[in-house]
Design a protein around this ligand. Structure first.
Ligand SMILES: Nc1nc2c(ncn2[C@@H]2O[C@H](COP(=O)(O)OP(=O)(O)OP(=O)(O)O)[C@@H](O)[C@H]2O)c(=O)[nH]1
Length: 316
């Protein structure tokens, strides 16, 4: 039987991993699923988080599966198919990948394996949509334009007129996609998946002619912003208060650069382990399972790695 391949796309911090966890918990419990996680920095965090749900996760980090790591991606698919014979493979590309390029990489992988491109979901963060349109036009536009389903995230954080303006903007870019605007809390994983597996007119989803793009410098040049990544693994423990204090200074101090996204799995001494997620000044800290080392990663432009290193007292 053909293996379903789903892609969950969306910009940095949009909510891809959150959606994936929801689908795994609420909808895919009876299926043999393997996840492919592609993070841009060397310090992978999402793979560790997803494994807490006892799911097979192949991590392909330090680059993009649609360009510099396309060979690793195709080999990874081959290995997954041979070793696990899954019913479904779900791919979470980096927030900086063009959806068209990920689709193209999947089509290459389908040459050897019986794969069917199934759900193509793009998560759109309503809080930061306008900023991403302005700062990362081409990449961001591609993720929206080629989705079969667009799922708005963080709708509970904004007023209705903001949602309306995001809906208008997204519909202008892609009028074919299923558009889910409801708060995720009121939708079940089954409902989301049922919509995502509907196939709207695919003109917008599968590009007729793929343009070539040579390597990840393209990502870096997106919207004339140079993207930097800093990550560290450390034996250090941090209290929740220390993490909060550090995250609080990031948006208010130019010395760190413009931090778009940060995440970490942190040893918190006697308090166990904490996970933080930071998206352009907004953050959440929650309890996490046990890991071996604290690991943290920040992405943004003009990232001052030395200053972050000093802030977190890490050595890398
Ligand atoms: N309020 C709210 N927060 C959300 C929602 N979806 C995601 N988040 C939060 O946004 C942050 C980032 O979510 P992730 O799921 O890690 O985002 P991602 O797209 O996987 O991020 P990258 O790994 O950077 O690509 C986390 O703190 C989530 O809890 C939502 O619908 N509402």
């Amino acid at each position: 039987m053909s293996i379903k391949v789903d892609i969950i796309s969306g910009f940095l911090g949009a909510g891809k991993t959150t959606l994936l966890s929801k689908l795994l918990k609420e909808s895919l419990t009876g299926e043999k699923v393997v996840i492919i996680e592609n993070e841009f920095g060397e310090i992978g965090i999402d793979g560790h988080v997803l494994r807490e749900q006892k799911i097979e996760v192949l991590e392909i980090n330090s680059g993009c599966i649609c360009c510099s790591l396309v060979g690793d991606f195709i080999r990874g698919i081959d290995e997954i198919v041979t070793a696990y014979k899954p019913e479904r493979i779900i791919i979470e590309p980096t927030g900086l990948a063009r959806l068209t390029d990920v689709i193209k990489a999947c089509q290459k992988a389908a040459g050897k394996n019986d794969l069917t491109l199934n759900a193509l979901i793009t998560v759109v963060d309503v809080v930061h949509h306008q900023a991403y349109i302005e700062d990362f036009g081409e990449f961001y536009h591609d993720q929206i334009a080629h989705a079969k389903t667009i799922l708005l995230s963080k709708t509970q954080e904004v007023d209705d007129p903001v949602i309306d303006s995001v809906v208008a903007s997204v519909s202008e870019i892609n009028r074919y996609a299923n558009l889910i605007t409801a708060d995720w809390a009121v939708l079940t994983g089954d409902e989301i998946l049922a919509i995502a597996e509907l196939s709207p007119e695919l003109d917008g989803a599968v590009p007729k002619a793929f343009h070539d793009h040579s390597h990840c410098d393209d990502h870096e040049a997106a919207g004339q912003k140079i993207i930097d990544i800093w990550g560290a693994e450390t034996e250090r423990s941090f209290s929740a208060a220390e993490i909060k204090a550090n995250l609080n200074v990031l948006p208010h101090n130019d010395i760190f650069g413009t931090i778009l996204r940060g995440k970490g799995l942190i040893r918190a001494g006697q308090d166990g382990w904490l996970q933080f997620d930071y998206v352009r000044g907004f953050y959440r800290i929650k309890e996490a399972g046990t890991h071996q080392k604290s690991r943290l990663c920040f992405i943004g432009y003009n990232v001052n790695k030395k200053a972050l290193n000093e802030l977190f007292g890490t050595i890398c």
